[in-house]
Design a binder for this molecule. Sequence first.
Ligand SMILES: O=P(O)(O)OC[C@H]1O[C@H](O[C@H]2O[C@H](CO)[C@@H](O)[C@H](O)[C@H]2O)[C@H](O)[C@@H](O)[C@@H]1O
Ligand SMILES: O=c1ccn([C@@H]2O[C@H](COP(=O)(O)OP(=O)(O)O)[C@@H](O)[C@H]2O)c(=O)[nH]1
Length: 456
Amino acid sequence: MSRLVVVSNRVTLPAKGGVAPAGGLAVALQAALEERGGIWMGWSGKSSGSREPEPLSMQEHGNITYALTDLTKTDVEEYYEGFANRVLWPICHYRLDLAEYGRKEMAGYFRVNRFFAHRLAPMLKEDDVIWVHDYHLIPLAAELRQMGVKNKIGFFLHIPWPPADVLFAMPVHEEIMRGLSHYDLVGFQTDHDLTNFAGCLVREGIGEASGDGKFTSYDRTFKGGYYPIGIETAAFAEFAKKAASNIMVRKARQSVEGRDLIIGVDRLDYSKGITQRIDAFEQFIKSNPGYQNKVTYLQITPKSRSEVPEYEAMQRTVAEQAGRVNGALGTVDWVPIRYINRSIGRPVLAGLYRLAKIGLVTPLRDGMNLVAKEYVAAQDPQDPGVLVLSRFAGAARELRGALLVNPYDIEGTANAIARGLSMSLEERQERWGRMMEHLLERDVMRWCDDFLADLA
Ligand SMILES: O=P(O)(O)OC[C@H]1O[C@H](O[C@H]2O[C@H](CO)[C@@H](O)[C@H](O)[C@H]2O)[C@H](O)[C@@H](O)[C@@H]1O
Ligand SMILES: O=c1ccn([C@@H]2O[C@H](COP(=O)(O)OP(=O)(O)O)[C@@H](O)[C@H]2O)c(=O)[nH]1
């Protein structure tokens, strides 16, 4: 079997002392690579002032070799915070209003991709299979090809791909489309993303879709497909079962004092719909006063990308909103919303999911959303909770047993919470059973195998 070389911006070394990586890409790639072995190259997460790059930091953990590179402060500002997270991220999440274009950031993005290519190329062997991940690294294959790399190179996009009218608002859309044509296989999370991509190609005569999964553009032919990312379903379910005896989970159970628990777990990101969700919770209590002092809503929200102004502003907005709702609804012996800004380790998270009667996953737009899948996998088959899921999460294409909501419809989401809390055991089991069967079959290894088989 050829050696697998994975490249992604975010790389997470195996957790030390239970510190959790908050972010689905790192969680999923760790699981996939642990099984297969290979090289994982990416950003160390550190920035330096120096222009002369330190040698790659090489670290072996089990059968994975991590090859980590530092970036300069300017690189991080222009490539990661600038173009990746202030242009590509909002555009791909349909937020034209939040995209901030700057020539400097754009140039930094392409420069750092060239830098990644120059660091990666000397490590490559002739029959290595290269798998590049996510929007940070779209131009990487073009850079590698320019250096004469002939290996198979696949690309997987973890976030949504927007329709042509949205993508074309981005000044450099053509360079981005051209960058993708240098891969042998371009993978998306859902059929909708793939359809949008095909639409972008065909719409302005950039390329052609031949209907058998092949695309031609910029004189290159490549394959496109959709590969919904999964989780380690069986292992996560086992985790959740064992977590009942975890001290933190026991404390959490005691502290809710028999109230029904509603849980939300998201990076603090505007795409996750957290403000709309808090509004929906408030609406739910107002429309169902019988639930006053009978439910606790736990929102776990690690800070994310804090250097990006939109994210920094959000920290204030959500904290104020949670405070306001607690002030308005709370009583001397009841705090309706517990709002936490810390990352929680996944073993504890698994136990908290299992305690919760409702998993509230209501992004305004999301590539997949692994939290939705983890919530389902963590449930007790004898007494499963209900997943309330945004129809705009990639996961909604698969998890048909969830209560699907439109997160912009606050009353609709409030009604779904009420419906979930009063759902019969029989209906909960039927819905959960359908979802769990699917998640067991289409786990993270299946995702990895399907993609790599098509790439080969
Ligand atoms: O690396 P960060 O900037 O800290 O952000 C964390 C990750 O966020 C995004 O995750 C996406 O991938 C998940 C797994 O496929 C998917 O379930 C989710 O819907 C996506 O938002 C981002 O795409 C990653 O690159 C980041 O590492
Ligand atoms: O405090 C936290 C919050 C989140 N996560 C993990 O971060 C991932 C989030 O992935 P998702 O696909 O839901 O969203 P993303 O953050 O990648 O957009 C999931 O595996 C969560 O279990 C975690 O370990 N601790």
